[in-house]
Ligand binder design. Structure first.
Ligand code: MF3
Ligand code: CO
Ligand code: CO
Length: 254
C-alpha cells in the first residue's frame, strides 16, 4: 500500500468514516474481554475478533499487511507488539496480554489496543499496566492545536522514566485513517517542542509501549514478534484520536 507523503487534514466525510471504523475497532476490544481466560489460544481469540468484525461490516487491516498472517496482533508478557496469534499459544493465569485491532470500514481505518489481565496477576504487572494506561492519558493532554507532536513523547517519557520504566523507541504512533500508517510518526520519547505542529482535522494514534526493564527490543525470526531484549514485561494501550478546534476527540470508543 502506498504511504501518504505528508500529514493529511481529514475532511468531514473522511472523519465520519474513520469515526465509524474506530468505533468498530473499539467494540471488538469490548466484545473480546470475557474470552480472555486461562486455556484459550491466541488463535481462537483472533478468529472470534475476525468473525465479529465481518459481522459488523468491516474487515481486518492486519491480515496481508506487509504479509502479516493473522487478523489481530496479540502480545503476551515480554512481547512488546505485533505478536502473531497461534494455536500453540495458550493464555495462562498471571499473563498480561495486549490485543491490537485495526479495522477497515468503507475504506477507512481505525486502530486501538488495550491490555487484559488473565485471571490473577502480580502487583508488578498490575502497576505496569497502570503505567502504560497513564502514559497514554498523559500523551492525550498534549493534543491541542498549536502544540507540537514532540511534546506528546516528551511528557510520556518524562513520566515513565521518573518511575523507573522505559519507553520503546523503535515503534511509534502514527497518522491513520485514509491509510493504515500515515505521517506523522508520533514518538513516545521526544525532545521538548520538537516535530510538527498539531492542527485540527489531523487523526493519529498514540500507543506508548512501556517496559519494566530496559527499552531495547529484539525482533524474532518470524520477522514480526517484537520482544524486550532483556525479557522484562511490556504493556501498551492505543487510541485513534481526532484533533478538534479546542483539543481532541477519542475516536476508538465503543
Ligand atoms: N496495529 C498496529 C499498530 O498499532 C500495527 C500492526 S501491523 C500488523 O500500528 F501488520 F502487524 F498488523
Ligand atoms: Co497503531
Ligand atoms: Co494498533
Amino acid at each position: 500500500m502506498a504511504k501518504a507523503p505528508k500529514i493529511i487534514i481529514k475532511n468531514a466525510e473522511q472523519i465520519e468514516g474513520i469515526r465509524k471504523s474506530s468505533r468498530l475497532a473499539a467494540s471488538v476490544l469490548k466484545m473480546i474481554e470475557p474470552y480472555i481466560k486461562p486455556g484459550i489460544s491466541t488463535e481462537e481469540l483472533d478468529q472470534i475478533c475476525n468473525t465479529y468484525i465481518l459481522n459488523h461490516g468491516g474487515i481486518s487491516a492486519c491480515i496481508g499487511y506487509h504479509g502479516f498472517p493473522r487478523y489481530t496482533c496479540i502480545s503476551i508478557n515480554d512481547v512488546i507488539c505485533h505478536g502473531i496469534p497461534s494455536k500453540k499459544e495458550i493464555l495462562k493465569e498471571w499473563d498480561i496480554v495486549n490485543v491490537d485491532v485495526t479495522t477497515i470500514v468503507d475504506g477507512y481505518f481505525g486502530d486501538t489496543s488495550r491490555m487484559f489481565a488473565v485471571g490473577k496477576i502480580s502487583k508488578e504487572r498490575e502497576k505496569l499496566i497502570d503505567m502504560a494506561r497513564t502514559c497514554l492519558e498523559i500523551g492525550l493532554k498534549e493534543v491541542y492545536p498549536g502544540n507540537r507532536f514532540g511534546n506528546i513523547g516528551y511528557e510520556i517519557a518524562r513520566h515513565a522514566e521518573r518511575y523507573g520504566y522505559s519507553v520503546v523507541r523503535e515503534y511509534t504512533g502514527h497518522g491513520v485513517g485514509v491509510y493504515f500508517h500515515e505521517e506523522p510518526y508520533v514518538y513516545h520519547k521526544a525532545p521538548k517542542d520538537s516535530w510538527d505542529l498539531i492542527e485540527p482535522g489531523m487523526i493519529f494514534t498514540i500507543e506508548p509501549m512501556i517496559n519494566i526493564g530496559a527499552h531495547q527490543t529484539k525482533l524474532l525470526p518470524d520477522k514480526w514478534t517484537v520482544k524486550t531484549k532483556d525479557g522484562s514485561d511490556s504493556a501498551q494501550f492505543e487510541h485513534t484520536i481526532l484533533v478538534t478546534e479546542s483539543g481532541y476527540e477519542l475516536l476508538t470508543v465503543a
